[in-house]
Design a protein around this ligand. Structure first.
Ligand SMILES: [Zn+2]
Ligand SMILES: [Zn+2]
Length: 131
């Protein structure tokens, strides 16, 4: 069970399952969309994910024709993305998690775009939010 929210708190979600894996993505789209050097994402089961409040503040942006990036239009926090050719799966943006267990990343995508100063130790650490 996971909970999370956007920066301003208008959008709040629950995920009724555990995260199975997390991925760091250094692609240029993630860098621009997140405004930083990487995206930290996890594939999740859409049927177990629920926007508890703030659905009306979510906006979808299609930078690629088949991939929507969904964010809070009040504060700009990226919440998740999904692909039209991969129905039932969302990719949750893990910086928004406030409660629950977030496993350490096991994969790096587009690692050749990773800044040289950044050392990532896969599988050595995990983040547990909340109490
Ligand atoms: Zn917000
Ligand atoms: Zn990416």
């Amino acid at each position: 069970m996971l909970q999370g929210q956007c920066l301003c708190g208008l959008v709040y979600y629950h995920y009724q399952a555990e995260l199975e894996k997390t991925i760091l993505c250094f692609c240029q789209h993630c860098q621009r969309a997140q405004g930083t050097m990487l995206g930290w994402n996890s594939p999740i089961d859409q049927s177990k994910f629920k926007i508890v409040r703030g659905q009306q503040y979510l906006k979808e942006y299609f930078h690629s024709p088949n991939k929507a990036r969904v964010f809070c239009q009040e504060c700009g926090s990226p919440i998740y993305s999904y692909r039209l050719d991969l129905l039932g799966v969302l990719r949750l943006r893990l910086g928004t998690v406030t409660e629950g267990y977030v496993p350490a990343p096991t994969e790096q995508a587009f690692a050749h775009r990773k800044p040289q100063f950044l050392q990532v130790s896969l599988l050595e650490t995990s983040v547990r939010h909340g109490v």
